[in-house]
Design a binder for this molecule. Structure first.
Ligand code: DON
Length: 312
């Protein structure tokens, strides 16, 4: 494990190198996201033993968006086992955008992967709950346990996305029509929309990632969030599909499981060692934060973290 000085140094350096990078633009298909200041940029490492190294805007609460999909996947695995995820959702990367209707059509109207919108809504529908309120409460509680703090909905994000999520409602209905979504489809879509509107700071997201790095135990609260045996499966899905249609390129460059969200957050997990988070709103065509991608890539290279071996 690198020294504390080294970890703080690479975090500072990653922030300094990319803070003036103005490429990309905020996602605007969810109107609220366009209004978040584009210059926000934070970088954090949380180690598997709970130490925190940060630079920049790591206290700003942004919407977790697709990063939440990982933890609902974990929740479903914990409740129903990994075979259920494989059979009812699937784990193949789609190679297509996160909201692709084409991908759905090409795969017999099955969700395909828990980290694209269809699969994430199917995951939400598999959380055991009697009604929408209970489903939401269980998801929020599960994600909060990973963060080690009570997380909250950003109401404006939820309203903005709920007013404009026709595409997701359509895809949920198609899944349900084909028995590939397991509760009322509009309920699944609405709870999924709330899940994406959970506010997290870069630091909280890094603690969530560090919980996966630490075999499912939150390194700050010491609470077990998921059985250790499920963690490698979750990380495998992240490695294959965490960057949507750029997942291959990400794995090729970094060799690390990671997940992005259109709110500008990205977390990467180095099993047994740490989570690395970058947060900055401007995203590229695939919906991945540009500064955050560069910052994590930089830290990965500096610390030689690639899971498949040294690239030096
Ligand atoms: O359903 C959506 O489109 C958003 N709530 C989440 C998409 C997302 O974060 C894709 N990420 N890169």
């Amino acid at each position: 494990m690198p020294s504390a000085e080294t970890l703080q140094h690479v975090v500072n350096e990653a922030h300094a190198r990319f803070k003036d990078d103005k490429s990309g633009k905020n996602a605007d298909y969810i109107p609220y996201l366009a209004s978040v200041p584009s210059n926000l940029f934070g970088v954090v490492i949380v180690t598997a033993d709970g130490r925190v190294f940060s630079a920049g805007d790591v206290g700003y609460s942004f919407s977790i968006q697709s990063c939440s999909k990982v933890f609902t996947l974990a929740q479903v695995m914990q409740q129903s086992g990994e075979e259920a995820v494989l059979m009812k959702i699937g784990v193949e990367p789609t190679g297509m955008p996160f909201n692709s209707v084409t991908a759905l059509g090409m795969h017999d109207n099955k969700a395909i992967n828990p980290l694209v919108n269809c699969g994430a809504m199917a995951s939400v529908s598999m959380v055991k709950a009697g009604n929408a309120a209970e489903r939401w409460d269980k998801i929020l509680a599960f994600q909060s346990k990973f963060a080690g703090e009570q997380l909250k909905l950003i109401d404006e994000v939820y309203k903005s996305e709920a007013d404009t999520n026709w595409r997701n409602r359509g895809m949920a209905s198609i899944l349900y029509n084909n028995e590939n979504l397991f509760c009322d489809p509009l309920e699944a879509c609405d709870v999924y929309t709330k899940q994406c509107s959970i506010g997290v700071t870069a630091k909280q997201l890094a603690v969530m990632g560090a919980t996966l790095a630490n075999g499912g135990v939150n390194p700050i609260t010491k609470e077990r969030c998921i059985d250790a045996k499920h963690v490698p499966r979750v990380l495998a899905v992240m490695t294959m599909a965490g960057f949507y249609d750029e997942s291959g390129q990400w794995a090729y460059r970094t060799g690390l499981p990671a997940k992005t969200g259109v709110g500008g957050g990205i977390f990467a997990v180095v099993p047994g060692r740490m989570a690395i988070v970058g947060f900055s709103p401007p995203v590229n065509e695939a919906g991945n934060s540009i500064r955050a991608t560069k910052a994590i890539n930089y830290i990965n290279n500096e610390l030689n973290l690639n899971l498949f071996g040294s690239t030096r």
